[in-house]
Design a protein around this ligand. Structure first.
Ligand code: ZN
Length: 158
């Protein structure tokens, strides 16, 4: 079977998405501590036991660098890895509105116009069929929101 046959099949698109999730969970991008971070927050998903610490370098309202450390399931690790890739180079406002759009897509039953703007984050949209996994997929984003708004309490998905 060639690659084009695979892409024509919706189920196999999700299989490809899963490959990306597995790749990001096994080889997470930007997975390291940042000692000179300007923003930092911890996140915890008690339902699954996922823990992450997110580090940001923000200059003139622009996120110039992002990294994370943590322990969690494949979905939470892949989501944090994809998050760091997506937010570097964005303004803090753009990152927060991306969080809102991403959150709507993974929690709403309805399809929205937002999907077109999410790019590779759509890879994680498949989790909306599994409510428990939504918290794994959104943990890094809740933590991002906490870091950017300088919340003093650790972020939680509860
Ligand atoms: Zn998890």
């Amino acid at each position: 079977m060639n690659k084009n046959d695979l892409i024509d099949d919706v189920d196999d698109v999700y299989a490809l998405y899963q490959e990306v999730i597995i790749d990001h969970s096994q080889h997470p991008r930007h997975c390291h501590c940042m000692t000179d971070a300007s923003h930092q927050a911890d996140g915890y998903n008690p339902l699954c036991g996922d823990n992450i610490t997110l580090y940001l370098t923000v200059k003139d309202n622009c996120i110039t660098d992002a990294s994370f450390q943590g322990q969690g399931c494949a979905i939470s690790t892949a989501s944090a890895s994809l998050l760091t890739e997506c937010i570097i180079g964005k303004t803090t406002d753009e990152a927060l509105s991306l969080f809102e759009r991403f959150h709507r897509v993974v929690t709403d039953k309805q399809q929205t116009d937002d999907t077109a703007q999410l790019g590779k984050l759509m890879i994680l949209a498949g989790v909306k069929a599994y409510p428990a996994r939504v918290k794994c997929a959104t943990l890094a984003w809740h933590t991002l929101q906490a870091a950017l708004t300088r919340a003093t309490q650790p972020a939680t998905t509860e």
